[in-house]
Design a protein around this ligand. Structure first.
Ligand code: SAM
Length: 211
């Protein structure tokens, strides 16, 4: 048994009780060791269902939020996914563990450097870059899925353009204090949207987001 294995199993049970059913998501979150992605100061709280600080005034998202957003993406092996907001690297690691081909962008270079160390230590192949994700990453488009882990005032247009036909985008949209989660599916030139209320994220800052 590894350190925190029991706590991680208990967290997976909590996620199931809260309605997470996607087996790919539950298996990945049962495998990826969240305690390695949190600030060592909070290691004993890594398996609480809470967001935690990771430095640069940012957070690693609440496990339920990660599970809900990942489930909304309907991830399967081989799916090409763009993540905006690498943060600790945990969300990207969960997607990579499912077998997704992950591209992730982070605007805080110190966070990106730490996340890259984690990817290497966990032998995860994840493409990452520093910069403003609100313009997307056109070189690798189109994506089957785009997941945005920071709150935007609206859906940045370049992201919709970089989504494959039939691809899904999961993005919190609202004001700076609270957001709705928009789950969009691109159908030709339009985006079919489903809205889920009650999420709170740090702001997405960039050209097509907050200033
Ligand atoms: N996915 C992360 C994880 O698993 O730890 C959590 C990310 S945190 C809630 C949101 C992240 O989005 C922060 O690290 C923040 O710096 C980043 N961010 C905000 N605006 C951004 C932008 N325009 N491009 C890229 N990253 C951005």
């Amino acid at each position: 048994m590894g350190r925190f294995d029991t706590e991680r199993k208990e967290l997976i049970e909590i996620l199931k009780e809260k309605g997470i059913t996607d087996q790919n998501v539950l298996t990945a979150m049962g495998k990826i060791e969240r305690h390695l992605f949190v600030d060592p100061m909070f290691i004993n709280r890594a398996y609480e269902d809470n967001a935690l600080p990771i430095g640069s005034e940012q957070t690693i998202s609440q496990p339920y939020t990660v599970a809900f957003m990942t489930q909304a993406l309907k991830p399967v092996k081989g799916m090409k996914v763009l993540e905006l907001g690498t943060g600790s690297g945990y969300q990207a690691a969960v997607l990579a563990s499912i077998g997704c081909r992950v591209f992730t962008i982070e605007r805080h270079l110190s966070l990106l450097i730490n996340a890259r160390k984690m990817f290497d230590a966990q032998h995860l192949t994840i493409a990452s870059k520093g910069g403003d994700g609100s313009i997307g990453w056109s070189e690798h488009a189109p994506y089957d899925g785009i997941i945005v882990t920071a709150g935007a005032p609206s859906i940045p247009e370049p992201l919709v353009n970089q989504l494959a036909d039939g691809g899904r985008i999961v993005i919190p949209v609202g004001d700076r204090d609270s957001q709705q989660l928009v789950i969009g599916t691109r159908v030709k030139d339009s985006l079919l949207k489903e809205i889920v209320e009650g999420f709170k994220f740090v702001p997405l800052i960039g050209k097509n987001a907050w200033n």
